[in-house]
Design a protein around this ligand. Structure first.
Ligand SMILES: Nc1ncnc2c1ncn2[C@@H]1O[C@H](COP(=O)(O)OP(=O)(O)OP(=O)(O)O)[C@@H](O)[C@H]1O
Ligand SMILES: [Mg+2]
Length: 262
């Protein structure tokens, strides 16, 4: 099967700061690929290169079969990008934000498209309110909804849940899973191990300019030597388990089932 995203030897420096030193990976169509790395690792830089906003110094990449350097228009037609910082217009309502994008894309029935997306992202009640009044989670959902207009086959999400509370993160995770189930290829960046663990079919770790590991969660876990005889102790609940049990999770999902039992 042809990869939805294929990256070979990508290098990028800013003046004398070398950020990417030769990045290679493939993303299968309809899968969720998580790019994991600490602050400044170069995640956003790589996403900007793959979404044609920035030129690489060396190497090549194809997205939806098109070369990011020589076929930028074809790449742009196939993708959407949700940047690290939410791009919604705060003066407009949620619905107006969606309509604006649908109009910019010259789609028919922008109002119907907006209403459909508001419903899919549980924003119908908030749709008539100015986006400036939305919570961080609602704003993120609106941002992702806006990026889906025009039905891109590949979406880039740069740190989709940074700054969100645990419930809002789970809502975004559900959205991302649904997208992949519908056949969309998702490349997301994250600093959160649990996010990659919950969502990704494959996880790649970007460190010092290179992908130092790339595999499924099971493959990555198998890298650690097992510690001999298993020790049977009851599992301590995580802080997230406790938080969700106390605050209540209105929409139990795969992400929480088997964890928080209230
Ligand atoms: N346009 C630019 N000019 C100069 N330096 C830049 C530019 N863009 C990024 N950098 C530098 O490149 C490095 C990688 O930045 P990048 O934003 O890709 O990291 P990141 O992995 O997305 O980090 P974070 O997790 O904080 O978002 C950083 O040291 C950053 O300061
Ligand atoms: Mg970044």
């Amino acid at each position: 099967m042809t990869a939805a995203i294929s990256v070979r030897g990508i290098e990028k420096s800013f003046a004398d700061l070398t950020v990417l030193r030769g990045v290679d990976f493939d993303v299968a169509p309809g899968s969720i690929f998580a790019l994991l790395g600490s602050n400044g690792a170069g995640k956003t830089t790589l996403v900007r290169i793959l979404s044609t906003l920035l030129k690489a110094d060396a190497g090549s990449a194809t997205v939806a079969g098109a070369d990011v350097a020589s076929q930028a228009n074809a790449v742009r037609e196939a993708i959407s990008l949700t940047g690290q910082f939410a791009a919604v217009d705060e003066i407009l309502t949620g619905r107006e934000n969606l309509i604006l994008i649908a109009q910019l894309r010259h789609l028919k029935n922008p109002g119907a498209i907006a209403d459909d997306l508001l419903a899919r992202f549980s924003l119908t009640d908030a749709g008539g309110r100015r986006a400036g009044t939305y919570s961080g989670g609602m704003r993120r959902r609106l941002d992702i909804a806006m990026s889906l207009i025009g039905e891109p086959s590949i979406i880039f999400l740069d740190e989709p849940t940074t700054g969100l509370d645990p419930q809002a993160r789970i809502e975004v995770w559900q959205t991302v899973k649904q997208l992949a189930e519908g056949g969309t290829t998702v490349l997301l960046t994250t600093q959160y191990l649990d996010e990659a663990e919950q969502l990704a079919d494959r996880i790649a770790i970007l460190h010092q300019g290179r992908i130092i590991q790339n595999g499924t969660l099971a493959e990555l876990k198998a890298l650690l030597p097992s510690g001999g005889e298993p020790i049977l102790v009851p599992k301590e609940p995580s802080l997230e388990d406790v938080f969700l049990a106390l605050v209540g999770d209105p929409t139990p999902t795969e992400a929480t089932s088997g964890k928080a039992e209230s």
